[in-house]
Each structure stands twice: as C-alpha cells, then as structure tokens.
Design a protein around this ligand. Structure first.
Ligand code: PRP
Ligand code: URA
Length: 211
C-alpha cells in the first residue's frame, strides 16, 4: 500500500516534547501545554501546501506585493475528548479556522468507535478539514470520524496525530487513501488492551486529569 501521503515528523523539537509527555510523572497542566505545542508544530507541516495569492500593499517605505493565504477556508475537527487538547495550538497558527466537533469513544471490549456527537460548521464541505486526535491506535476512531465528514460532503481532509502505530496507519490509508496523515512519531505496537506501546497512556485522561 502506498504511504506517499503519510508524513512522520522528524523534527527534534517534536521528538523532545513527545519524550516529555510520555513520562508518567508529567502532570495534567504540563501535559496539556505540551500537547498544544506539539499540535502547533505538526500543523506547521500540515499547512505547508496551503495556497498563496499575491496582494498589493504599501510598507512604510514603498509599495510592494506580499503573499497571503488563499482559499479554501479551514476547519479544525477534534475527535472528543483528546482531540480538544490539540485545538488551541492549531488555532494559534490558523486563527480564522472554524471548529467542528466529533464525539467518539472506543468501546473498551470491542475497541470499536461509538459515535455520540457531531456538530460541524454549515459550510464544512467547502472547507479544508484538519481532523485532530493525539492517538492513532487501531485507527478505528479516526477512520469513523473521516467517514462521518465525507458523508457530510467534506472532500479535502488531513488527519493530524501525535502518536501512531503501523496498524492505525494501515487502517486509515486503506479506508481513506485520499487523505493526508501527519504524525508526530510512530510507536512500536498495540498491547492486548489496544493501548499504544510505549505510548503515553490514555490521552484524554491525561489532558483532562480524569485518571
Ligand atoms: C482515544 C483516542 C482516540 C482513540 C484511538 O479516545 O483519543 O480517539 O482512543 O484509538 P483507536 O485508533 O483504536 O480508535 P478514547 O476512545 O479513549 O476516548 P476519550 O478521548 O474520550 O478518552
Ligand atoms: N487511546 C489512548 O488514549 N491511548 C492509547 O494508547 C490508545 C488509544
């Protein structure tokens, strides 16, 4: 299977920050701050392809032409809960983006995603969508979220995550070969409970302090 649309970040800052949030002694406040910073750095890469237009302006010195972002407009869609931790960092870079929400949780027995919420901007089908969730484990949640978005007409979709397994990448590229996937780091495997190894534990619990 082609992985030409899968981008694994090798940036030292991202690796350093992921090392910090893996530590079990990292507290909720530091974890939340760091996830937000990592999301911003991944978004920097994920937005590399955005189109620019020429705009004529005047500096205090002279007239000149500068570049500004062209369309399509953007929409960030966190998968609840843990995806919420990535939104602020992304909006720091893309403040004009709208935000939709998809609520999914993984059934602990079957590991299958269960949908409980979906609220998207009315014009989401015209927007480029960044789906965000720190964890791509089996890939079931990300795949289901992207299916929900496609049913609502979204066409230009990227998925941004912090940790991923090969299993999750394979699932997502199989189910949605048309999307781009941006990954902070690829981990070794899943354990028998569906947790990423070495991972960082339950991302939602660590962001919201519900351990
Ligand atoms: C976690 C994580 C992903 C999902 C990844 O959410 O944030 O959404 O698991 O697993 P998958 O790739 O195997 O589907 P969880 O279901 O724990 O919900 P929460 O964010 O509300 O804690
Ligand atoms: N979801 C998490 O929060 N952590 C994992 O390791 C796997 C899925």
């Amino acid at each position: 299977m082609s992985e030409s649309n899968v981008f694994i970040m090798d940036h030292p800052l991202i690796q350093h920050k992921i090392g910090f949030i893996r530590r079990k002694e990292t507290g909720t406040k530091e974890f939340r701050n760091m996830i937000s910073e990592i999301a911003m750095l991944i978004c920097y890469e994920a937005s590399r392809h955005l189109e620019l237009v020429d705009v004529d302006i005047e500096t205090p010195i002279c007239k000149t032409t500068v570049k500004e972002l062209a369309g399509p407009k953007l929409c960030v869609v966190p998968i609840l809960r843990a995806g919420l931790g990535m939104v602020e960092g992304i909006l720091n870079l893309l403040p004009a983006a709208k935000v939709g929400h998809i609520g999914l949780y993984r059934d602990p027995e079957t590991l299958k995603p269960v949908e409980y919420f979906c609220k998207l901007p009315q014009d989401c089908e015209e927007r480029e969508v960044f789906v965000v969730d720190p964890m791509l484990a089996t890939g079931g949640s990300a795949s289901a979220a992207i299916t929900m978005l496609k049913k609502r007409g979204c066409k230009h979709i990227s998925f941004l995550c912090v940790l991923a397994t090969q299993e999750g990448i394979d699932r997502l590229t199989h189910d949605h070969p048309d999307i781009s996937i941006f990954i902070g780091i690829k981990d070794k495997q899943l354990n028998e409970k569906g947790y990423i190894v070495p991972g960082l534990g339950d991302a939602g619990d660590r962001i919201f302090g519900t351990l």
